[in-house]
Design a protein around this ligand. Structure first.
Ligand code: SF4
Length: 272
């Protein structure tokens, strides 16, 4: 097995980071410069932080204690998304990525298969180079049609912060059976060509709720080795956007961990 490469964000000089408001809620936003995906257009599927089946302790978009119990999914049809994306791409041909999800869960959007097909058709017919990216926590991936559509995008990124069920229950707090840890793991194992994104956090005084711990790191390495994702992105929290006292992990700490994932032969990028 070859050793994977590690890329740290500070190597990418010249990247411009635009701030977005935590409560952002147009369903299509951008183009904006994303740290991970370049000049991007973002499609979301509900109010930020309210339209997924998780209740992460550090959710930057919503105070987890007041979060609604059910995911709030809008009725916007896929044709409206397509029309907005088409027009934005015409206005800004330098867009590098069209991102589905991010602050909402795309796999809970019932028209996702139609939307993905239409966007891929648009890309093909215009011979464009932008990439279609899906960012998911996997909640709706047990639906075969949704899963198949996610496997068709250029890059499918699954969120995996906690490698064992007890921490997942305490920190991620799924609101539905379909969003539980065992279902997430089974889904990840079945997916073709998955990429993994892991966000780390610490909570001073409540260490039992943080995922930056020797046990979780060890268990994550074991899972990465088993899943063998195409790539791993390691991120941490924005100090001014997290809730419940969660704090970011330092770049140096993530850098040291990235060297261990690279030892597994998996390309890894670190985003402080
Ligand atoms: S997956 Fe977690 S962090 Fe992301 S929007 Fe849902 S609750 Fe917030």
């Amino acid at each position: 097995m070859g050793r994977g490469s590690v890329v740290f964000l500070h190597e990418k000089r010249g990247i411009l980071c635009m701030k977005t408001k935590p409560s952002i809620y147009p369903l299509v936003s951008g183009p904006a410069r994303s740290r991970r995906f370049g000049l991007s257009l973002n499609l979301n599927f509900g109010p930020a932080g309210e339209s997924c089946l998780w209740n992460c302790i550090y959710c930057p978009w919503h105070n987890a204690k007041t979060k609604p119990k059910k995911a709030s999914i809008p009725k916007q049809n896929w044709e409206s998304y397509l029309a907005t994306v088409t027009s934005a791409l015409k206005k800004e041909p330098k867009i590098e990525t069209v991102i589905l999800g991010g602050n909402s869960e795309l796999t809970l959007y019932p028209d996702l298969p139609n939307l993905v097909s239409a966007l891929l058709k648009l890309k093909k017919s215009s011979k464009a180079k932008w990439k279609l990216i899906a960012l998911s926590n996997g909640s709706g991936l047990q639906d075969k049609k949704i899963r198949t559509s996610c496997e068709k995008v250029d890059q499918l990124w699954l969120k995996l912060d906690c490698a064992e069920d007890p921490l997942f229950k305490k920190a991620i707090r799924p609101k539905s059976r379909n969003a539980e840890f065992k279902f997430l793991l089974n889904t990840i194992r079945e997916l073709k060509g998955v990429r993994i994104q892991t966000a780390f956090w610490k909570i001073p005084g409540k260490e039992m709720n943080q995922n930056w711990s020797a046990d979780n790191l060890k268990a994550l390495l074991k899972l990465y080795a088993e899943i063998r994702p195409l790539e791993i992105h390691l991120t941490t929290l924005k100090r001014n956007r997290s809730s419940a006292g969660a704090q970011p992990v330092t770049f140096e700490e993530m850098e040291a961990f990235a060297l261990r994932t690279a030892e597994l032969g998996i390309n890894t990028e670190v985003f402080p």
